[in-house]
Design a protein around this ligand. Structure first.
Ligand SMILES: NC(=O)c1ccc[n+]([C@@H]2O[C@H](COP(=O)([O-])OP(=O)(O)OC[C@H]3O[C@@H](n4cnc5c(N)ncnc54)[C@H](OP(=O)(O)O)[C@@H]3O)[C@@H](O)[C@H]2O)c1
Length: 291
């Protein structure tokens, strides 16, 4: 029997892409949004060993589940801590007992955003609750798991219509709105979801245990990305939409966002050898696909 990869959070945006890519070489879990062939797993109420009876069927586990929205984490710290820290530590303990290598998906928001172009050597100083929760789990994994991969992503975007990500959302807005307000002062390193999946699978294949940043090779603001999209669309209707630059602080967010969380991604490029596509290239692909 060929062993599979366990996708914890198979119903997540990124999890769906792992499952599409891996087909019958993976099994995914879900909590509230059922997925075909998936295993129901509520990480807050259940231990992983209650739902996975034959861990020897798996070669590794990718941890994607959690509360992934910074404001929701900040709004109810107790609830989000229970899921994002306590439950995930419990999962890590179980995977460790099973001696299964694990991949933990972390975030650009572990950095404080004061200088940008962060390498993995930078000491994380998160200012958001969500980032603090990720760092707590990272530290725990580094302490107890010999075979782990931690990947800190920039904002992940897709290319499917209505997938609710950066460019596909703007394509919809450009069709229906007369004006769009976007932040010009938050810099980040977006990454295409297909490249996230490819990079993680390559790290696993190479057993390249350790900590990695993953994102575009340079940072962009939302304003720059929206202008890039409009220029590639070459569409009169989109050209007529009024774009207004503002500050990320102008949005009613519960916690102030770090301003420059751009990532230095040289390490993952060197170790995997894969082409993590520049955002401009993928933006063009999205425009052609959804035209
Ligand atoms: N998307 C990004 O831009 C981005 C950027 C940086 C890092 N990341 C990290 O990448 C990972 C995946 O992100 P995503 O955006 O793809 O996630 P997502 O779409 O927000 O999905 C969250 C997942 O968590 C599951 N979940 C929620 N509560 C649960 C519970 N009590 N027990 C078990 N599962 C539960 C959800 O299951 P149901 O839906 O079935 O309830 C879903 O599978 C996360 O670790 C995130 O922090 C994402």
């Amino acid at each position: 029997m060929t062993k599979k990869i366990l996708i914890l959070g198979g119903s997540s945006f990124i999890g769906g892409h792992f499952l599409n890519r891996l087909g019958n070489q993976a099994t995914g879990t879900y909590n509230s949004r059922k997925i075909p062939g998936g295993i129901k797993f509520d990480a807050v109420r259940q231990n992983l060993s209650q739902v996975i009876k034959n861990p020897q069927e798996f070669t590794a586990a990718v941890i994607l589940l959690g509360d992934t929205h910074p404001d929701s984490c900040a709004k109810d710290k107790k609830r989000s801590e229970l899921l994002n820290v306590k439950s995930i530590k419990e999962i890590v303990r179980t995977l460790n007992q099973w001696q299964l290598p694990l991949i933990f998906t972390s975030t650009e928001f572990v950095y404080d955003g004061k200088k940008g172009n962060y390498t993995e050597k930078e000491v994380p100083r998160p200012i958001l609750t969500y980032g603090k929760q990720k760092v707590a789990v990272e530290k725990f994994i580094q302490k107890i798991c010999p075979q782990h991969i931690i990947v800190r992503f920039g904002k992940v975007y897709g290319s499917e219509r209505d997938d609710g990500t950066l460019f596909t959302d703007w394509i919809n807005q450009l069709k229906t709105e007369k004006s769009i307000r976007v932040a010009a002062d938050q810099i980040f390193s977006p990454v295409y979801v297909e490249d996230v999946v490819r990079a993680i699978l390559k790290l696993l294949e190479k057993k390249a245990w350790g900590l990695y940043n993953l994102g575009n090779e340079s940072g962009f603001s939302r304003l720059q990305l929206l202008k890039m999209l409009i220029s590639k669309m070459n569409d009169k209707q989109a050209d007529g939409v009024k774009i207004t630059a503002c500050s990320i602080d102008d949005f009613p967010l519960l916690e102030k966002r770090p301003k420059n969380v751009s990532l230095n991604t040289n390490k993952i490029r060197r170790i995997t050898g894969i082409n993590i596509r520049p955002v401009g290239q993928v933006c063009e692909l999205i425009v052609n696909k959804l035209r």
